[in-house]
Ligand binder design. Structure first.
Ligand code: GAL
Length: 805
């Protein structure tokens, strides 16, 4: 019976396709709407008018963040939350034409994120405001457009009231903008919801809800076609139905499908299918909409922790903040891919989108690259954390923002938890009970397939009103790793996750001796007895008073089976929260990787524990004062022992005891070569050498790509250092490197990862810090190869070429 139906459906589809060759209207058109905007800092309400003169406004391509272009200022009202960069108000404006023939269509503009308080005007008419800078939104432009003539769109952005979020937000239209044109009968905004009620490698069930908008003045009859394609675009299931919809309304239609021999999505092999939704009116294709689909099932268990597709899996996660280092909050898929690749290679399998909705690109790449996602909606509810934060908009906007957040993200197979808040103040206030219940109810009404969680700090039950609401499916706890062991007793039968942990501090490449754990002063805000140059030692030895070192935390989590996993604060340093240092420190110290994307040493501790790569990492560098006693640490795995040699002389064999995560030696420095050999059953596994570097002889440039696209978006990250005649990196070099870019690219950011560097991220030069810096080059649209020339002092300039296709 089913078989016959499938054959019938296939024949019908073939018929539809053959008809549509002759009668195809252009279905949905999604246009990049980022180019050719005018921009000016300040407030220009008159700019909504068509005849307003913008000749002195900048012309730029979105996404754009004006804060990152500014200078650091101790007295900036953004304070440390925004890294002392400026905020303020700004206007964007664009003139565009729409073909006269499009009068019969629905045309909308989609903004992935505008920070913040945006108001959008089309041809002088306000379309609405959106206070929340993290949320994606769109407007229907159709009723207000001049068809066949010029149209003016103006966007006011007001990020003046500060501080207003944690952490760096950036200012402006910092995510992508698209123009979407469809026929008046079309799939609605975020109009599909796909779930997989049954998943197995033999046969899985797909339940698809499609919300159809009919903007026509008349009722319509149409054919709804669902087709599921595998990763090779081969159709594996389809469904056709004949439907009706009244005029000027929307309706949800349902298709249920079976997929045989299902490939499962998991973190090693994130296999993705596509659901293609097509609408035909009288055999003419009028809309075509794609939704990603992944088959996976997961479970949180109060005793056994987390499992994915039935396999026990520890959530090995990092919290990520939404900035892209030197690019500020400008969203760029290549920058996101670089971040996620670094995390994947470290062995992370999960990302917490702290503490607010991230970009579409981030969500899409987590699906494609295989990360388990904790998607987080809010950092504050009604009670504030900083003076001008979202608490001011809570009453008017939280319902809509939460609905939009869930609707946008609920089709991502990577998303496995909805977090309704981070360290929300209402956990200490009885109002927290009602709000938690309200938010959980909204989430469940839109998606009952994933648990609702919240990142809590208070683990005394009587004091935690968010917990007391009884509305959380999964308890997230931030920090206090010493208490974990009591949780099964204290929170009987509850599913538990360390939603945030560690908050240890490091500056890449800076080492203080002797090693040994140092917490900062217990009184928050007291002067930190830190280093005069605002560095923090890169041994995993300095932690916040509420946190733990990386090793302390991981040792604890590793042993607790009931604990679903952990999200380390943070994968990368981010702009803002330079705690415990005051200005001039302007970015955080908590990252496993620095702001420039250069790993700190502890990255390799995680790699040795979390990934299946074979690791031997020794540090520090080998340029010290004669006879200085140096702590040498090694992270390693897949070996029984490591032997250390200085200039060929053995300094002894060591191996990790009990739950050790590193080994160390105290070594009296003499110049030359430090070498480590790891062995298993007497056989060499890996060898690592570090040489004392001599005089600088040249600038070394390493690009992460040899070829980029000429699409005005693609990026190449170049790591810059100076090396001696034998190619050894000078670990303490601080040379100012000047950059010149010619051909098909432009310099869009520089950084050296030093948390107190007050030079602009947009400068044409950058000082090396701990021997390194990066230059970020972006395609300028020309189809010419790019040359990057780096020069300093007396050294000969080095030039590298990147191909452009
Ligand atoms: C947490 C908070 C984060 C960040 C972190 C620093 O309590 O959720 O946003 O401030 O501390 O350790």
């Amino acid at each position: 019976m089913i078989k016959h139906k499938n054959i019938f459906q296939k024949v019908t589809i073939a018929l539809l396709f053959s008809i549509s060759i002759f009668a195809q209207k252009q279905a949905r058109i999604v246009e990049d709407f980022n180019k050719n905007w005018n921009f000016k800092l300040g407030d220009y309400p008159e700019a909504v008018n068509a005849n307003y003169n913008v000749s002195d406004w900048r012309i730029l391509q979105l996404p754009h963040d004006w804060s990152i272009e500014g200078t650091f200022d101790k007295d900036s009202k953004t304070k440390q939350a925004q890294g002392f960069l400026p905020a303020g108000k700004g206007w964007y404006r664009k003139v565009f034409t729409i073909p006269a023939s499009w009068k019969s269509k629905t045309i909308s503009i989609e903004f992935d994120g505008v920070f913040k308080n945006s108001e959008v005007f089309i041809n002088g008419k306000s379309l609405g405001i959106r206070p929340n800078g993290y949320i994606s939104f769109s407007y229907d432009l159709s009723p207000y457009l001049n068809y066949g003539q010029a149209n003016t769109i103006a966007v006011k952005v007001d990020n003046d009231a500060q501080p207003n979020s944690r952490w760096y937000t950036g200012s402006g239209i910092y995510r992508n903008v698209r123009l979407v044109t469809s026929e008046k009968l079309h799939v609605g905004k975020w109009g599909t919801f796909v779930t997989t009620p049954e998943v197995s490698t033999k046969q899985s069930k797909v339940h698809l809800e499609v919300t159809i908008d009919n903007d026509n003045d008349t009722a319509r009859e149409f054919t709804l076609v669902t087709s599921i394609l595998d990763a090779k675009n081969k159709e594996v299931a389809n469904k056709i139905s004949t439907e009706k919809i009244e005029a000027k309304t929307f309706e949800t239609k349902v298709h249920n499908l079976d997929v045989l021999e299902t490939q499962l999505w998991n973190t090693e092999n994130p296999y993705l299918y596509k659901v293609i939704t097509k609408i035909y009116e009288k055999s003419v294709l009028v809309d075509n909409y794609e939704t990603a689909l992944g088959f996976r099932f997961f479970n949180f268990d109060s005793e056994k922790g987390f499992s994915l597709n039935g396999k026990p899996t520890k959530i090995l996660g990092v919290c990520l903040h939404h900035d892209n280092g030197a690019l500020g909050s400008v969203e760029n898929i290549h920058a996101v891919r670089r971040k996620l690749t670094l995390m994947k290679e470290m062995g992370a399998n999960a990302i917490r989108m702290s503490h607010n909705p991230h970009s579409l690109e981030m969500m899409q790449l987590c699906d494609e690259m295989g990360f388990i996602v904790q998607d987080e909606a809010f950092d504050v509810w009604k009670k504030k954390k900083v003076t001008n934060d979202y608490h001011k908009d809570w009453d008017a906007w939280h319902k809509q923002d939460l609905v939009d957040f869930i609707k946008r993200d609920r089709n991502h197979p990577s998303v496995m938890m909805w977090s309704i808040g981070n360290e929300i103040r209402e956990q200490f206030d009885s109002t927290g009970i009602a709000i938690t219940r309200e938010l959980a109810k909204i989430v469940k009404s839109l998606d009952a397939t994933r648990p609702v969680t919240s990142a809590l700090t208070e683990n005394i039950i009587e004091k935690n009103f968010i917990y007391q609401s009884g509305a959380l499916d999964l308890l997230g706890f931030n920090y206090k790793h010493e208490d974990y062991k009591d949780f099964p007793e204290r929170f009987k039968g509850q599913k538990i996750l360390a939603s945030e942990s560690v908050s240890a501090l490091e500056t890449r490449g800076h080492y203080d001796f002797p090693d040994g754990i140092k917490a900062w002063p217990t009184k928050h805000g007291a002067a930190f007895d830190g280093n005069a140059d605002w560095t923090v030692s890169a041994y995993d030895q300095v932690k916040s008073y509420w946190g733990a070192t990386h090793e302390e935390n991981w040792k604890t989590i590793k042993k607790q089976d009931f604990m679903a996993g952990t999200f380390i604060w943070t994968g990368f340093d981010y702009i803002g929260e330079p705690d415990p240092y005051p200005y001039p420190a302007r970015s955080s110290y908590f990252g496993i990787v620095d702001l420039a994307g250069l790993p700190k040493d502890v990255y390799y501790m995680y790699q040795s524990e979390w990934s299946n790569k074979t690791v031997l990492h020794i540090f520090p560098h080998w340029n010290w004062k004669k006879d200085q006693e140096v702590d040498v640490w090694a992270y390693y795995n897949n070996a029984d022992e490591v032997e250390l040699f200085l200039n060929g002389k053995s300094l002894g064999i060591k191996s990790k005891q009990n739950d050790d995560l590193h080994i160390s030696w105290k070594v009296k420095f003499e110049p030359g070569m430090l070498k480590a050999i790891s062995r298993k059953n007497g056989k060499v596994v890996l060898e690592k050498e570090i040489h004392t570097a001599g005089e600088a002889s040249k600038i070394d440039l390493k690009a992460d790509k040899t070829i980029i696209k000429n699409d005005t978006y693609d990026l190449v990250y170049v790591t810059v250092s100076t090396v001696d005649i034998d190619g050894n990196l000078l670990p303490n070099a601080t040379d100012l490197i000047n950059f010149e870019v010619t051909g098909g690219g432009k310099l869009v950011g520089v950084d050296n990862g030093y948390q107190a560097n007050l030079d602009s991220f947009k400068a044409n030069s950058c000082k090396l810090f701990s021997g390194k810096c990066i230059a970020i080059i972006q395609s300028n649209g020309k189809k010419e190869n790019i040359q990057l020339k780096a020069s300093t002092g007396n050294l000969q300039a080095t030039i590298i070429e990147v191909k452009v296709k």
